[in-house]
Design a protein around this ligand. Structure first.
Ligand code: NAG
Ligand code: NAG
Length: 391
């Protein structure tokens, strides 16, 4: 699995909030200079104003949004897995194609803009949530199906290649044997081909004549060999062929089902060409589809996050909406806990009585949470904050 390429925190605070230790400082200025010793990068995360319904609807939407948020994060991870396998786990290359609307995903995240033409702000929130999530789910399904198809084509090609270049126990024998290797045109006799592992050759020669009745004595002839196997032809009475094949298998020899035919040789070559073309076509389709899906699903995911921040901010900070949101780029994914602690230290007071900070800067919860807040989040935090890992 690739490392995540960027770690962010989405933060929303009431517009009048100020850091506790510096009440007259502008929030973004404070974040820029003080958070993680000034090592994080701060950008505005612009959220439009949405048409909201009742408070009860908002509470329900808050739950729904949390689930969809997680699902879309999972979809993005899945697509990155697909891309990784398509690009042979060449992570620098894979990371370079992680684009959203033709921008690098980090640029997109840091300068997110609501797509008003696609997701109209005149639509109610519930409709926007449906549009955003349904489109993303459909793409997710499309990518999964295309991936399954491509994998089938890939196995088909592997199988066709094995027929051409595998060892003597699997490869096609059409271009290995000649008509003269067979007793042809006999009513009673038939030549059977068998791949014998090299270490079992002696044992084979000592026993094959007596595996079943009516094996022609001394009929075993080496036709060819490779690293692992000798290919033998053995002639016996047709009547005992099935029994003979069975006995061979039991002794770890590999009988080869084979009917001599020029036509089959041609068919086999065509099968390989078709399998190769199919694999190639489905691979290119899948590359196109998953790159487009990466862009669209990530974009929808951020639109959904914008809604989520809006809904949570309204539930916590009240109406009319009056909050500012920020996307904070952390220096590494490991700085998340420290960043949270520093933010809790400065803005924990927003949780009212509900929060106080212990000696280590960890937030302690008490029982006097406000009514809606406790409904919306079991891991309630004193303000709206969402970590975002970009994979
Ligand atoms: C794989 O091979 C099977 C059997 O030959 C064929 O029916 C199927 O269409 C092939 N699938 C793909 C995706 O090429
Ligand atoms: C903060 O939000 C308020 C209300 O939405 C808005 O008027 C103001 O311009 C925002 N401030 C910044 C710095 O974005």
């Amino acid at each position: 699995m690739s490392e995540s390429i960027a770690s962010y925190v989405l933060l929303s605070l009431p517009s009048k909030a100020a850091p506790e230790s510096a009440p007259t400082t502008d929030i973004n200025e404070w974040l820029e200079q003080n958070l993680l010793n000034g090592k994080s990068q701060i950008n505005k995360f612009q959220i439009p104003s949405f048409k909201i319904g009742t408070l009860d609807q908002l509470v329900l939407q808050s739950e729904e949004l949390s689930k969809i948020d997680e699902q879309l994060a999972g979809s993005v991870v899945k697509i990155v897995e697909v891309l990784s396998s398509l690009y042979d786990y060449n992570y620098p290359l894979i990371n370079s194609i992680k684009k959203v609307d033709d921008k690098f995903v980090t640029d997109f995240a840091e300068h997110f803009q609501w797509k008003n033409a696609k997701f109209k702000l005149t639509d109610p929130l519930s409709k926007l949530i449906d549009l955003i999530s349904n489109e993303a789910f459909q793409l997710d399904t499309d990518v999964r199906n295309a991936f399954t198809n491509y994998n089938t084509a890939k196995s088909n090609l592997t199988a066709a290649e094995r027929k051409q270049s595998g060892d003597l126990s699997v490869k096609s024998l059409h271009d290995v044997v000649k008509a003269s290797d067979f007793v042809l045109g006999s009513d009673h006799l038939q030549t059977v081909l068998v791949a014998v592992p090299k270490n079992l050759q002696k044992e084979f020669l000592n026993t094959y004549e007596s595996l079943v009745q009516f094996v022609v004595p001394r009929s075993a002839k080496i036709i060819t060999d490779d690293k692992e196997y000798y290919l033998y032809g053995v002639t016996l009475f047709k009547k005992y062929v099935q029994e003979f094949l069975h006995a061979l298998r039991e002794r770890k020899y590999v009988p080869r089902d084979f009917v001599y035919s020029e036509e089959l040789l041609q068919e086999l070559k065509e099968e390989h060409d078709i399998a190769a073309k199919n694999e190639n076509r489905l691979k290119n389709d899948l590359i196109r589809l998953s790159r487009a899906a990466y862009s669209d699903i990530t974009s929808n995911w951020f639109h959904l996050k914008a809604i989520r921040i809006f809904v949570e901010s309204v539930l916590r900070y009240g109406l009319p909406p009056d909050f500012n949101s920020t996307i904070i780029k952390l220096p590494t994914s490991k700085s998340l806990e420290k960043a949270k602690q520093e933010l809790f230290q400065e803005f924990g007071y927003l949780g009212g009585n509900a929060f106080s900070v212990d000696k280590k800067g960890k937030v302690k919860k008490d029982s006097s949470l406000n009514e809606y807040a406790s409904l919306v989040d079991t891991e309630y935090e004193p303000f709206v904050i969402y970590p975002v890992e970009i994979k």
